[in-house]
Design a protein around this ligand. Structure first.
Ligand code: HEC
Length: 127
């Protein structure tokens, strides 16, 4: 039994490393979605720095830049902006990425809940 504390601290460390890895993967996936034309394509309207703080590719100035958004907005606000910004601003031109669409342009959702969670994890690192 004298090894119990050692065992417990090992389990705790392993748990922390595992959750760190999960967060890192979510952030990485989120940055991919932000920039990929086939998924989020957020740079079609926003300028967004990458993980090194660089603005890569062609980035629009149509919508507000997302620099520092992680310190400007609460996590719940970022989720709402992405899921359905109309709840915050009824006439917004920001597409509702988290609701079922039924338009000529798109059917179904633009992003899944898991993709939105990844995008939010990425945006939260922009401080
Ligand atoms: C068609 C253009 C368009 C696209 C594509 C778009 N947005 Fe937006 N977004 C806007 C506009 C415009 C605003 C500003 C609100 C307004 O004026 O309606 C905005 C606002 C925001 C805000 C709030 C910014 C602030 O500082 O308050 C966040 C966060 C955001 N968008 C994230 C995203 C993410 C993440 C994506 C990609 C998944 C995305 N947007 C794609 C147009 C767009």
């Amino acid at each position: 039994m004298k090894y119990l504390p050692l065992l417990l601290s090992w389990v705790l460390c392993a748990g922390l490393v595992a959750s760190d890895t999960a967060i890192a993967q979510s952030v990485e996936s989120g940055f991919r979605i932000l920039f990929e034309q086939r998924s989020g394509n957020c740079t079609a309207c926003h300028s967004i720095p990458d993980r090194q703080g660089k603005k890569i590719g062609i980035q629009s100035t149509f919508a507000p830049p997302l620099d520092g958004v992680g310190s400007r907005l609460l996590k719940t606000e970022i989720v709402q902006w992405i899921t359905d910004a109309r709840a915050l601003k009824s006439q917004t031109l920001m597409p509702p990425f988290g609701v079922d669409l039924n338009t000529n342009m798109a059917k179904g959702r633009l992003l899944t809940d898991a993709q939105i969670a990844d995008v939010v994890a990425a945006l939260e690192t922009l401080r």
